[in-house]
Design a binder for this molecule. Structure first.
Ligand code: NAG
Ligand code: NAG
Ligand code: NAG
Length: 348
């Protein structure tokens, strides 16, 4: 099934099997391990596990998701530390944190696989043909476009459907036959993660014609930045809904009957988070002793929240910095050196 369109020449030589990411051992979920552990590889799992190039992209996607988790949680008591001893424990539970990690991993795999398809690193994925056929309908919708001919350039666009499908095949297939609460919640959060990409695709256009006169335009679909995806999921984390099992054993509903049922884009969880204040290996908590905090903040990075009321110690750090910079005609910038003092606080 090698159905790449025109435009982008493919060099087969570029499909050398890339080594696993350096952080391979720190990956919360190693696709190669999962393939090894799946007893009888059949159907969709076999399709994926027998494709080393795709597997490498999936690993990179897991890494991308994990890095974003660390960025989004950098100021929280549980900071999504890359230690497997912690993140794996968190994934065994069903808290808000579990929900976020699952969503961001599903998004990371979608993103990476889609990108690899765009750059030609992955074969067997076609251009974004769907949009091409929608040419006329879409044209009406985009009133902001100036007059003139334009068309979808499917091959410049990103085939997010391909990434979505591979993420689903790889992550969801293993749970197909289960309908316990944790599985239902997990699958829901995987979908929420993917929708944070799919529902926010952007349209980009390029003008052609005499000196950029835009008599002809080509447009394509592009994914948001992965930071945007992470920011959106973090918002969903903050507003995540606690759910309980439904009567039929096949569904869940909000614990608080007065709140509206979560949408597909919302994150859900069924278990309250531990405080993550003290080390507890069962919970994957390292505690917050020694963590840097901001003594003037009342938010999550503030010492009062981060240190769980245990107190903190502060000391002054002085650094030499550039200051009072002047622009000299022409073309030089001259600065003085100043000593700048700031307070560094760490949790007791
Ligand atoms: C760790 O957390 C578990 C679950 O909440 C609890 O049962 C256990 O007592 C805790 N262990 C320590 C050492 O605090
Ligand atoms: C995350 O927290 C752990 C312990 O709680 C700490 O050792 C580590 O440095 C923190 N990571 C970052 C990036 O702040
Ligand atoms: C900054 O502080 C250091 C160490 O106290 C000192 O040697 C240096 O001269 C200071 N620099 C300025 C620009 O005051």
């Amino acid at each position: 099934m090698l159905e790449r369109d025109h435009m982008k020449p493919i060099t087969i030589a570029s499909t050398i099997i890339a080594p696993l990411p350096a952080a391979g051992s720190q990956l919360v979920m190693d696709p190669r391990q999962i393939c090894k552990k799946t007893k009888r590889l059949r159907g969709k799992m076999a399709d994926i596990c027998n494709k080393p190039v795709l597997l490498t992209q999936i690993s990179l996607g897991v890494e991308l998701g994990q890095k974003e988790c660390q960025y989004q949680f950098r100021n929280r008591r549980w900071n999504c530390t890359s230690s497997r001893r912690s993140i794996r424990k968190v994934l065994l539970r069903d808290t808000r944190e579990t929900g976020f990690v699952n969503a961001v991993l599903a998004a990371g795999v979608t993103y990476q696989v889609t990108r690899a398809c765009t750059t030609g690193e992955l074969l067997g994925c076609s251009c974004d043909k769907k949009m091409k056929n929608k040419k006329n309908k879409k044209r009406l919708k985009m009133a902001s476009m100036p007059e003139g001919e334009w068309e979808w350039e499917g091959c410049a666009g990103e085939n997010v459907d391909f990434g979505l499908k591979k993420s689903k095949d790889f992550l969801d297939t293993r749970y197909r036959k289960r309908s316990d609460m944790k599985t239902l919640v997990k699958l829901h959060n995987y979908v929420a993660g993917r929708l944070a990409i799919k529902n926010h695709m952007r349209t980009e256009c390029k003008c052609h014609g005499l000196s950029g006169s835009c008599t002809l335009k080509t447009c394509w679909r592009k994914m948001p930045s992965f930071r945007d995806v992470g920011n959106r999921l973090k918002e969903r984390f903050d507003g995540a809904a606690k759910v309980i099992a439904g009567n039929d054993g096949q569904s869940f509903m909000p614990e608080d009957a007065s709140i509206k049922p979560p949408s597909k884009m919302d994150l859900v969880y069924s278990e309250e988070s531990p405080p993550f204040c003290l080390p507890n290996s069962t919970l994957g908590s390292f505690g917050t002793q020694g963590r840097a905090c901001v003594d003037t903040s009342l938010a999550e990075e503030g010492c009062s929240i981060l240190c769980c009321g245990r107190g903190y110690t502060s000391h002054q750090v002085t650094e030499e910095k550039n200051c009072r910079c002047k622009f000299l005609w022409c073309c030089e910038v001259k600065c003085e050196k100043c000593n700048e003092t700031r307070t560094v606080s760490t949790c007791s």
